[in-house]
Design a protein around this ligand. Structure first.
Ligand SMILES: [Zn+2]
Length: 220
């Protein structure tokens, strides 16, 4: 059993779309989970559907949504306070050193992050690389296992079959609840602008697309 799982992603909602089912499984087993969230996703283009946010209100709104999603997932949250869409310009080693401070304190047995170069968004790639570097800075015997999540369309062709495939359809309700906590983002990301009557269909469609969570075990 894992001792403590640390999830490292840059945006509020990465945890819900990417790993909420896996997180829910760990929480069911009583494993503590901490989310290190890089930014507030304040540069996002989704403003709710129908629109209820604007450029000025988005940071506060996304912060509340993030806290809400983490409450639903019953995980601890640490907001790292970086600026959205700038992580690729941060000094990689400084970023890694900062992440390492958290890892040294929490001492997780497992770290979940994005697979650098295969995670589509520059923030995902940058923070994933920094997380991997942070673990690499630790003495070999203290290093947690790292699960790296690829998102790009071509990743299976290039990287091969992921080491871990979690079928999370059994606790998809929990994942969907966490996704919907990100009210300003959920509908935009799910590609759906109809409300209420479509909710059930929407959930079924999402289940097909997001019912499996896959990771590669990082090899140092
Ligand atoms: Zn993201």
């Amino acid at each position: 059993m894992e001792k403590h799982v640390v999830v490292i992603y840059p945006h509020p909602d990465d945890e819900s779309f990417g790993a909420a089912g896996t997180i829910a499984k760990f929480r069911e087993e009583g494993v503590p989970v901490t989310y290190l969230c890089g930014t507030l996703g304040e540069m996002g283009r989704n403003m709710g559907s129908p629109t209820f946010a604007n450029r000025e209100t988005l940071p506060e709104i996304r912060k509340k949504e993030l806290i809400n999603a983490c409450q639903k997932l019953d995980i601890k949250l640490e907001m790292l306070g970086y600026r959205d869409k700038t992580l690729e310009f941060e000094d990689r080693t400084e970023l890694a050193k900062n992440l390492k401070l958290y890892l040294d304190k929490i001492k997780p047995s497992l770290v979940i992050t994005h697979y650098p170069e295969y995670a589509v968004h520059p923030d995902h790639n940058a923070l994933g690389a920094a997380a991997i570097e942070a673990v690499e800075m630790m003495p070999t015997e203290d290093r947690p296992t790292v699960w790296a999540q690829a998102i790009s369309n071509d990743f299976p062709a290039v990287l091969g079959k992921p080491d871990i495939t979690n079928d999370i359809t059994a606790n998809f309700d929990k994942k969907f609840e966490a996704i919907l906590a990100h009210q300003s983002q959920a509908m935009g990301v799910l590609g759906q602008h109809r409300e209420k009557e479509a909710k059930n269909d929407l959930k079924e469609i999402a289940k097909q697309r997001l019912g499996f969570e896959q990771f590669y075990i990082w090899k140092y």
